[in-house]
Design a protein around this ligand. Structure first.
Ligand code: NAD
Length: 330
């Protein structure tokens, strides 16, 4: 099977090439450019393309891929909201994805952000580099014996709950389903979680029912001095309301690996650009906010798991033994 790999970053090439010898008969050509109606024509002569969560896989691109006789779309990610599923179905294009790769990677990043904003690591790193050894402005608080509130206790939320438990925190959770594996967690209503938690971490998916879950009303219900962490999806938080809450001194700290305006920024170096109309810039102006660039998943273990599942998906297509949980459009 010949695969054309779009939007290649150096770390993608490294991990896929490392595992490729385990998948004889599969070859990959790596392209830096992402897939779009224009670049989809390059797929002629290939059996499959490999794309990412930010790739343009709307109708126009799928039209071209169909003309190029592409029958398999390998998504090296969990999300697929960027694909026009109706059009893919019409053309009989099979879409396979990587539903989970390393929940611990994202949970560990959420904890890293929580600790960093709590102990002001982003400030102390800069201060000490400038020979400023003063502790003024760096005081944090112990997580030990405080309360963590986990919203969404699926794979990542469960891993986060375990880490918080390990810190000696009382762990509250809110989810539409209770995770039976988490016997140390107390499930409560959302309002109680908001009112009782010193650390709130978001781990539910973005859906109509969770869009802007964190807004003026829910922020008002939180404890003063709370730490809020979002490693899930930007749209869970209404950014304008978050900014109002930060200005009202509601938060001890805020850590965002994802945010509403992130799409043009994700994994791109825009350091030479002037970002206009940016609420992200406003968020970055606050001393108690840390933003990272959707890097929660970005560990060696997670990248290897993504490459392994993607290549296994390609092999399963060839052998006619698709892995049911990885099929987007059964
Ligand atoms: P999952 O499907 O295992 O868990 C999601 C949980 O959210 C489920 O338990 C579900 O019942 C719960 N849920 C659904 N609706 C809810 C609601 N209205 N309120 C509260 N809980 C609700 O998913 P996961 O693998 O744990 O991933 C969670 C999210 O993490 C993903 O949706 C994705 O947005 C995000 N993510 C981020 C990164 C990153 O790099 N930052 C990487 C992977 C995933």
């Amino acid at each position: 099977m010949k695969i054309l790999f779009y939007d290649t970053k150096p770390y993608d090439k490294e991990t896929f090439e490392y595992l490729l010898p385990d998948f004889p008969g599969i070859s990959i050509d790596f392209l830096k450019t992402d897939v779009s109606p224009k670049t989809a024509t390059l797929a002629r002569g290939y059996d499959a393309i490999c794309a990412f969560v930010s790739s343009n896989l709307g109708k126009d691109t799928l039209d071209v891929l169909h003309e190029c006789n592409i029958k398999l779309l390998l998504m090296r990610c969990a999300g697929f909201n960027n694909i026009d599923l109706e059009t893919a179905k019409k053309y009989g294009i099979t879409i396979l994805r990587v539903p989970g790769y390393s929940p611990e990677a994202v949970a560990e990043h959420a904890i890293a952000m929580a600790l960093a904003v709590n102990r002001h690591l982003h400030k102390s790193y800069i201060k000490v580099r400038e020979n400023n050894f003063s502790l003024v402005g760096l005081m944090g608080f112990n997580f030990f014996k405080k309360t963590a509130g986990i919203i969404g206790t699926g794979k990542i939320g469960a891993a986060m709950a375990k880490l918080c438990h390990g810190f000696g925190m009382k762990v509250l959770a809110y989810d539409v389903y209770k995770n039976p594996d988490l016997d140390f967690v107390t499930y409560v209503e959302l309002d109680e979680l908001l009112a009782s938690s010193d650390l709130i971490s978001l781990h539910c998916p973005l859906m109509d029912s969770t869009y802007h879950l964190i807004n003026k009303d829910t922020i008002e219900k939180m404890k003063d001095g709370v730490i809020l962490i979002n490693t899930s999806r930007g749209g869970l938080i209404k950014t304008e309301d978050l900014i109002l809450g930060i200005r009202a001194r509601k938060f001890f700290g805020v850590g965002l690996d994802v945010y509403e305006e992130e799409t043009p920024n994700v994994f791109e170096d825009r350091s030479d650009e002037i970002l206009e109309h940016s609420v992200t810039a406003r968020l970055l102006s606050f001393p108690n906010v840390i933003i990272t660039s959707h890097q929660g998943f970005f560990t060696l273990e997670a990248l290897e798991a993504i490459a392994d599942t993607t290549l296994s998906n390609a092999k399963s297509y060839e052998t006619g033994s698709l892995i049911s949980g990885n099929i987007v459009n059964p």
